[in-house]
Design a protein around this ligand. Sequence first.
Ligand code: DGP
Length: 114
Amino acid sequence: MMTDNIFLKILNKQLPAKIAYEDDRCLAFHDIKPQAPVHVLIIPRKVIATHDDLTEEDRELVGHLHLVAAKLAKQLGVSEGYRVVVNCRERAGQTVPHLHLHLLGGRDLAWPPG
Ligand code: DGP
């Protein structure tokens, strides 16, 4: 799986992004093609290509990413209803091979998703 991708460039500040939050373990930035009024991507600094590549060693990191998502939902005013999505591999719509949580909110979200 390719390791050089657009999210690595954003992590390394080689490409600009509208940053919503960052710390030593992750970076959150607004999606370039938002699918909802709030659409933020939360990515680990650690290179992990897909959800399926997570290992036991990532247990704490995954929890951290979700806590950041909940914190951002509050900060961005969507905690009354939001969705956290991970697309795993191409068949599920993953286009960038660096693990990312989508935080979507600010509108009614239908179920089931497409
Ligand atoms: P996915 O389809 O799950 O792999 O999500 C990738 C998302 O990344 C998609 O919603 C669009 C977004 N995206 C792609 N390129 C860029 C970029 O250069 N900047 C930002 N901010 N978002 C991007």
